[in-house]
Design a protein around this ligand. Sequence first.
Ligand SMILES: Nc1ncnc2c1ncn2[C@@H]1O[C@H](COP(=O)(O)OP(=O)(O)OP(=O)(O)O)[C@@H](O)[C@H]1O
Ligand SMILES: [Mg+2]
Length: 514
Amino acid sequence: MRLSLITKLTIATGVILLFFMALFAYMNVATIKSILLTSAISDADKLSETIIKSTHYEMLEDNRKRVYEMMEEVGTLHGVEHIRMINKSGFITFSTKKEEIGQYLDKNEVGCSMCHTGREVKVHVPMMNRSRIFTDRSGKKVVGLAKAIYNEKSCYTAPCHYHPAKQNILGVLDIIVSLEEMESFLSYFRHKIGILIVILIVIIASVITYFTHRLVNVPVRNLLAHTRKISSGNFDSYVPYSSNDEMGDLTDAFNKMSQSLKSARQELEEWGKNLERKVEERTREIKEIQNQLIRTEKLASLGQLVAGIAHEINNPLTGILMFANLVNKNPKLHDEIRSDINVIIAEANRCAKIIKGLLDFSRESIPQKKPSSLNVIMDDTLELVIHQAGFHNIKVSKDYAQDLPLINVDVNQIGQVILNMLINASQAMPGGGKIDIKTYAKDGYACLQISDTGIGIPEEHIDKIFDPFFTTKSSGTGMGLSVSYGIIERHGGKIEVQSKLGEGTTFIIKLPLS
Ligand SMILES: Nc1ncnc2c1ncn2[C@@H]1O[C@H](COP(=O)(O)OP(=O)(O)OP(=O)(O)O)[C@@H](O)[C@H]1O
Ligand SMILES: [Mg+2]
């Protein structure tokens, strides 16, 4: 069974209060009982004394009848249960209970044994020791008190003179007084004190419960509710300051804790986001490097093959061209044949151009690097093509970083790359468009960005455009970008491409600044 803090406190307080109050009540009742009993015994003693004194002269005159009448009178007093007179032999000479007159009492009886201990008879016994408390035949609680009647001088010198002078005690007056009044008072007192204890316990327990509820239970419940909110992720939960005590300190500490938790969670979230971003970045970099490696490997193996074939074809091709030119120079040549020979020369030139491209690609010539301005290389290359037919409907805009540091590059090779890019851009915009050229420095690279508003590259082609012989053009060799890629790679740089179908393409050439 789960008990609330308040219930436990109330029960504990109630039990402790009950124990101490019961102890207090018991001690009180016991003290009052002892006082009342002593007073009852003292009253009985005084009564005995009064009877003995008031009957003294009647006894001296041996007027027993008068003495017994007086005792009879006293016996009718309220609270006096029984009076009897016993002589030294234990003979009951008088009793308010007539039936016991003339009987003998044994020395061992309760009322006699207090003085008749052993062989000697105690003459002077303290009042309390002469008393006895018992329940009489009718079930009433009573106290009996035996008082010795001493043989005074006036007794043994009296005219009747029954008793010798050396006799100490003539007899005993035994009075039995009811304790009913005392008992009823005690029971009334017990009842009153019981009620008082119950009222006190109820009041004290209620006061403690009320203050515990206000000072402990309410703030603790409040804190509990806010703790639940925090555990469900609501770190904005703020507990209002309750009081200037330990509860207030706890509230303060709780609010600080929730704030720390909140900032710790924010840090953790931030950290998680950072990590995610970094992982994405690294993954992209790894993928790029992987692609680069594949491409490099592909290009290297292809390069060897192509170099061999190109070299083998170049020699016979040179022969064909030389002899075709020789034949063409013959003035006697028939016009029809001349025209055929021109076709042979044109096609052979075309083949030579392809072979040249293949050789450029495979040669992997070591760049002749010198500090150069990327802006100047760009301008010089643009100058070569800008007046060509393909660029007539194209608007070119430039945005150069003027403070771009010189870079160590082979001007011819970089010019060739830029030329490829510009021609590709113009070919992607047959109906005209715009080319935006931008140079800037970023992350240790001098960057050249060439954007066109052409047809764009379909997503499935993006990974292939740098492959040798990949072309979507009927007259293209597909060698332009693969050659460019090789050149930039040999310069320690990279080429990036972004394209959206129907909107345009952007190539970024990145060359190391140092
Ligand atoms: N600016 C661009 N816009 C759209 N597509 C492009 C662009 N640049 C390149 N491409 C695509 O990439 C392919 C490969 O280009 P690359 O320069 O290597 O060869 P090519 O231009 O087809 O042939 P060549 O360069 O011999 O004339 C092109 O065929 C084209 O599909
Ligand atoms: Mg091209």
